[in-house]
Design a protein around this ligand. Structure first.
Ligand code: FAD
Length: 371
């Protein structure tokens, strides 16, 4: 079989699905290729902020159904190891998703809108000169644009040179809720040098995880085991799953061919402080779809994602300051018992990007004036 598509998208996670759905809305013909068969597992804590929720609504053209989410929470708790620093109410709730369910729902929305999906295709070859992708059974797909949406370990790394040490590594375990009966979004500092441990309610389980800048030989599993043991949970009976995520290095796309675009984790687009990636994955997917049908797709795309790239660039500087030992101690002291500062920061910098990471002094000034 030989067929030409407006865009061939490699990877059908949130970035690829958002790109595919948006292309279909423009009456373009996309094809998503994924090595997995949906529903498939994706290691992710599944936190959905207000800005991410708004993108889901934009993609689905309706209020997302509540069954898409496994939990809602209106409280964030910050800990230093076992010491509770603050339990801050949120103005708006965060939602949580199980990624296998969420990603399956998005890819089904894409299919229902008439999108072509080729699943279980882990062995493709790409001819960039001929603008052609060959699938494992010999089918040939020609493309006008090629979009890499294949996650942190993207095939596109041969162009961008991103290495594992440019990434973070996260490990997760799912604990029965009765063993850790929490309904808030909990973040624990003091276990990792430049990352944190989390515990988020996920239906009848709790997703417990740890993520930090990747270092070969770092005992991620041991750190999470010790965390669980401290809370009386038997770590030996727990199944741990790890995955890479971008952590402050966006891929340099300038040198790529005009018709090749990188989105989501493949482009290195996650928030360097929180590790939140769903928002940028879907936002970049939507931008790429709008750019793909223009005469100079790469130029148009890179212009439209400039604010996301700036967030990554400034965020990595803020991340270095945030985890510098002296500043980190000041931060932990500042939030101790101070619900308002946490609520204000969450509403303005996590739920939304109302301030850039270059602009945190203005954020703090506005917080003080808001008292
Ligand atoms: C431990 C951890 C916790 C996280 N928690 C959160 C969170 O709470 N909230 C949040 O917003 N973000 C979180 N993130 C980040 C978030 O998971 C990612 O940013 C997001 O999944 C990126 O979406 P994507 O579509 O770019 O990539 P992915 O979701 O990774 O999807 C990539 C797709 O490409 C496919 N693929 C891969 N290689 C190939 C190939 N060679 N050929 C064809 N297909 C391929 C895969 O099967 C997959 O379906 C977390 C990440 C980690 C690792």
């Amino acid at each position: 079989m030989e067929r030409t598509f407006d865009a061939v998208i490699i990877g059908g996670g949130p970035a690829g699905a958002a790109c595919g759905i948006t292309l279909l809305k423009q009456n373009a013909e996309p094809c998503i290729i994924d090595k997995a068969v949906f529903p498939r597992h994706k290691t992710c804590a599944g936190l959905v902020t207000a800005k991410t929720y708004a993108l889901i609504r934009e993609l689905l053209d309706k209020e997302p159904p509540e069954e898409l989410f496994c939990n809602r929470s209106s409280e964030v708790r910050l800990y230093h190891r076992t010491q509770l620093l603050t339990d801050a109410p949120l103005d708006r709730p965060v939602r949580l998703v199980s990624r296998s369910h969420f990603d399956n729902a998005l890819i089904n929305a894409y299919r229902a809108a008439g999108g072509t999906l080729r699943e279980g295709e882990g062995d493709i070859t790409i001819d960039y000169d001929q603008k052609r992708v060959t699938l494992s059974n010999g089918d040939i797909l020609y493309y006008r644009s090629l979009v890499f949406a294949d996650g942190a370990l993207s095939l596109s790394r041969r162009f961008t040179g991103i290495k594992n040490t440019d990434l973070a590594f996260g490990i997760e375990a799912y604990i029965p809720h009765r063993l850790m009966p929490i309904d808030s979004v909990n973040l624990y500092f003091g276990y990792l040098d430049s990352g944190y441990v989390w515990a988020f309610p996920h239906g009848d389980t709790v997703c417990v995880g740890a993520a930090d800048r990747f270092q070969k030989g770092e005992g991620y599993r041991e750190i999470l085991s010790a965390f669980l043991k401290e809370r009386g949970i038997e770590p030996e009976e727990t199944r741990y799953i790890g995955a890479f995520l971008p952590y402050g290095k966006a891929a340099n796309q300038q040198g790529l061919p005009q018709d090749v675009l990188l989105i989501g984790d493949a482009a290195g687009l996650t928030d360097p402080i929180s590790g939140e990636g769903l928002y940028m994955a879907m936002a970049s997917g939507i931008h790429a779809a709008k750019a793909a049908t223009q005469p100079q797709p790469k130029e148009a795309y890179l212009n439209s994602i400039a604010p996301l790239l700036r967030t990554v660039r400034d965020g990595v500087k803020a991340q270095r300051t945030f985890y510098a030992p002296l500043f980190h101690r000041v931060f932990l002291n500042r939030v101790k018992g101070n619900r308002r500062v946490v609520t204000f920061f969450f509403e303005n910098m996590v739920h939304e990007y109302r301030y850039g990471y270059h602009d945190l002094q203005r954020l703090y000034r506005d917080y003080k004036q808001s008292k």
